[in-house]
Design a protein around this ligand. Structure first.
Ligand SMILES: C[S@@+](CC[C@H](N)C(=O)[O-])C[C@H]1O[C@@H](n2cnc3c(N)ncnc32)[C@H](O)[C@@H]1O
Length: 196
């Protein structure tokens, strides 16, 4: 999977990595920044997604589609799709361009809107990456966990660098008997939950 990333995907990943790095130092306002995961988290997500049981793949917080491309590598291997939700129109347009240029449109369904308005309809979730505004994490957790298949993964980003804000949700997950959970100390900290 990581040894044969299509050239168009590699090119778009490099392009977005450059913009994201510039965003972090040039004073771009927070809501306009891409705020992407680093490549090591992309690898972590694609390995987990490739290992997930049969079911639906979701992502909450697309931005320009960088993390989506990593997860979609697993979709390419499995012949499945990921559905990704993005609140902001400008980011949705950026992501659309990412999936077009990387030739990944057939593996990605992009939905513009607040993911919370759609999640209650989703069933049989086998993989979900949660990377939105931290204030919505707990709502998303509550909507996703009941609808995950046995053995499915939920990964939530920023579990260490936003620990104080996310503590109620992290504590809930660690005590939740529906999942096995831990915080993996890579990147900005990934809360990893596996549905029992
Ligand atoms: C940290 S960025 C996502 C970065 C992306 N996952 C990546 O690594 O390439 C968070 C994104 O979540 C979006 N977002 C915030 N709240 C949301 C919600 N309730 N539903 C859908 N998207 C949301 C924001 O507009 C922003 O683009």
């Amino acid at each position: 999977m990581h040894h044969n990333i299509p050239e168009l995907v590699q090119n778009r990943m490099k392009f977005l990595e450059k913009i994201d790095a510039e965003d972090r130092v040039d004073g771009t306002p927070r809501m306009e920044r891409l705020r992407q995961i680093p490549p090591e988290i992309g690898k972590f997500l694609s390995i987990l997604a490739a290992s997930a049981p049969k079911g639906k793949f979701l992502e909450i917080g697309t931005s320009a589609g960088y993390s989506t491309m990593w997860i979609a590598l697993a979709c390419m291997e499995r012949g499945t799709m990921i559905k990704t939700f993005e609140l902001l129109e400008e980011k949705t347009l950026f992501a659309k361009e990412t999936f077009r240029q990387s030739n990944m449109e057939k593996y990605v369904e992009l939905v513009e809107g607040d993911a919370r308005d759609y999640l209650k309809e989703e069933r049989d979730i086998s993989f979900c990456f949660l990377d939105a505004e931290k204030e919505v994490y707990e709502d998303c957790y509550d909507l996703i966990v009941p609808n995950m298949v046995k053995g499915g993964f939920l990964v939530a980003d920023n579990a260490i660098n936003h620990y104080i804000t996310l503590k109620p949700m992290i504590d809930k997950a660690l005590l939740d008997e529906r999942v096995d959970a831990l915080v993996v100390p890579i990147g900005k900290g990934e809360l990893l939950c596996r549905k029992i």
